[in-house]
Design a protein around this ligand. Structure first.
Ligand code: ZN
Length: 198
């Protein structure tokens, strides 16, 4: 729009900027409450499962929405309980304790990371323990300790310590049965140690 006194020099308005700065369009958000013409100045989460989606309300409707929005609405008792337990860890994933779990965290077991290009494929596919052939006495010994054929030396040692404690005469008031069991445990451990399992 040309100013009244302005005369274009070449008969044509070559100015780039308009005379009047365009008034910034005021972004008015309308309240998301149906039929309300108020300004939606207050942001609230849409619902429990859409916590990242928001609605904009006027103050009055924001208050009403928050009052009626029950976070646990529609959840079963068990789900609510699970949520509360989960809340203790801030809803971050947790891992069980233990060696196997520790390997998972270190990324040496399964695919805890997104290996889209297969860079670590050969590392990740490594089996947990190499295949091993067990002899009859070793199988019997593992069975005596209540362990599986894949048990590692560390697991064998831990189990041995546990059973020695359990069947020790001191802990069993001189019970003959426990003493006999302890002898078997010690013998089985000896067999496994001598067989060079890892
Ligand atoms: Zn409203």
């Amino acid at each position: 729009m040309a100013r009244p006194g302005y005369k274009p020099r070449f008969g044509k308005d070559m100015r780039i900027k308009p005379d009047v700065a365009r008034a910034p369009v005021k972004q008015v958000r309308v309240c998301d409450s149906k039929g309300c013409a108020g300004e939606g100045n207050f942001r609230v989460p849409a619902s429990r499962d859409k916590i990242n989606e928001h609605l904009w309300f006027c103050l009055e409707h924001a208050r009403a929405h928050n009052e009626h929005w029950d976070y646990f609405n529609g959840m079963s008792e068990a789900e609510i309980e699970a949520f509360r337990v989960d809340a203790v860890t801030g809803h971050r994933p947790t891992w069980p304790l233990g060696r196997r779990a520790a390997r998972m965290r270190n990324g040496h077991d399964g695919h805890p990371y997104d290996d889209r290009y297969g860079v670590f494929a050969d590392v990740a596919e490594k089996p947990r323990a190499p295949e091993r052939r067990l002899l009859r006495p070793q199988i019997v010994a593992l069975d005596t300790l209540g362990l599986e054929a894949s048990a590692t030396l560390l697991e064998i040692k831990a189990r041995y310590k546990e059973l020695v404690k359990r069947f020790h005469p001191d802990a069993n008031g001189g019970d003959r049965g426990a003493e006999e069991r302890l002898k078997q445990v010690i013998k089985a451990y000896g067999v496994l140690r001598a067989s060079g399992l890892t």
